[in-house]
Design a protein around this ligand. Structure first.
Ligand code: HEC
Length: 107
């Protein structure tokens, strides 16, 4: 009886959305989303249509891989205004952002 209760409890716990498969919590995803709109948006435009930095809309990024984009996000582009974000973001988080951009950031 006790074992069954424990099993049920662990099933409930493992099903809760504490962390996604990529290890990024829902709360952190919200922070990353805010960072995208506020910080990245300050150069790339609040709607990612471009400004000081180029547009980061799915159409503009077509053909570019999440791998390539997350490398630019982590390391920036030397000699341009694009700063490196590796001090604030993990590789998985930069990858999440790259995938978000490819899908289209919706507010
Ligand atoms: C201070 C301005 C600035 C900020 C802030 C900024 N960027 Fe950029 N970004 C640029 C510029 C300028 C370029 C173009 C660099 C070049 O000429 O190659 C760029 C390029 C990029 C590219 C490459 C686009 C491509 O088509 O190759 C990506 C991806 C990108 N930025 C993502 C981000 C993300 C995500 C953030 C926020 C975490 C961010 N940027 C914040 C200025 C900025």
């Amino acid at each position: 009886m006790k074992a069954i209760t424990w099993l049920a409890l662990s099933l409930i716990l493992s099903a809760s959305p504490v962390a996604a498969a990529d290890g990024i919590s829902g709360e952190r995803e919200q922070e990353l989303q805010n960072l995208l709109i506020q910080d990245c948006g300050s150069c790339h435009g609040l709607q990612m249509k471009g400004g000081l930095g180029p547009a980061l809309l799915p159409e503009a990024l077509r053909g570019k891989s999440a791998e390539y984009l997350s490398t630019v996000i982590l390391h920036g582009r030397t000699g341009t205004a694009m700063p490196p974000w590796r001090f604030l973001l993990s590789e998985a988080e930069a990858r999440w952002m790259a995938e978000r951009l490819l899908q289209g950031v919706t507010q």
